[in-house]
Every structure is written in C-alpha cells, then in structure tokens.
Design a protein. Structure first.
Length: 154
C-alpha cells in the first residue's frame, strides 16, 4: 500500500546529477549560488511523494477468510469479482487515510528522506514505527475505527 508505493518509488529512482542552483553572476562574472546533491534535495522529496495518495485508488480491501482481510492492488477494476461499490469505498477510505497521514507526517518524512533514513526495505519501519503509531502487527479486519486503515497496515 502506501509503504509499497514509496518503496517502489525509491527502487525506481535513477541516479541524478546534483542540482546546479548557480544562476546569478557576481560583479566578477562568476556564477553564484549552490550546487545541491539531488539525494538531499527538496525536489527528490517532491518527486517521491507526489501522487502517492492518488496511487491508493488502485487498492482495495479483500476478504481472505472469515477473520482476515488484506489490502490488494487492483490491476483491472473491470475484472474485479467482489462488490465494486464496496471495493471503491475501501479504495476511497485508504486514499483519504493516506492524505491525513501525509498531512500529519509530511515534514518529518521529508526530513528523513533528505537525511537518507528512508531506504528501500526500510519504508515500513519509518512509517509504522518512527513517524506514526498507526500500524499494528496483526492483519485482522477493521474494528470500525475510521482513523485506522482497516487491516492495520499503511
């Protein structure tokens, strides 16, 4: 879900050159400004986080058995055999949750990304332990608390 999409964004990153912000000339004709390492830049944060919650529209909650439900990515909504209206409602729920979560944690997450603390394989720990206490280790069905993602995952 959210951590999966952020992991995917991190793993799909291409090596980038430093950002050359030296666009002014001083009185001696030399360029002034900074050269910023892309990996610690605001641009990288924006590119990683941009559209993250919109991607949650591709997820819905699927009942695995009488006690477990899991978030699954839907490749084709037309082929979905479950109740589409209910599936879309879950999709809207996780999208809205993502928005609230990022609103709460955006600044801290951005800083952790810039510091290099958010790495492929470690996104779940950062989101679930370092930034929020929304995750649980169980994958049980929703308890009706709208502030939580139904199966306890992000």
């Amino acid at each position: 879900e959210l951590q999966d999409e952020l992991e995917l964004g991190l793993s799909n990153e291409k090596p980038r050159n430093h950002l050359d912000m030296r666009n002014r000339l001083n009185s001696k004709g030399q360029r002034e400004g900074k050269v910023i390492d892309y990996r610690v830049s605001e641009l990288r944060v924006v590119e990683l986080m941009d559209g993250l919650c919109e991607k949650m529209q591709d997820y819905t909650l699927q009942k695995m058995d009488s006690t477990r439900s899991l978030w699954v990515k839907v490749d084709n909504w037309d082929n979905l055999t479950a109740n589409k209206q209910e599936a879309r409602a879950y999709s809207n729920e996780i999208t809205s949750y993502c928005g609230r979560l990022l609103e709460e944690t955006e600044d801290e997450l951005a800083e952790l990304i810039k510091k290099g603390s958010v790495k492929v394989g470690g996104v779940s720990k950062v989101l679930c332990q370092d930034l929020t206490k929304h995750c649980t280790h169980s994958r049980n069905e929703s308890n009706g608390d709208d502030d939580e993602v139904p199966d306890g995952e992000l």
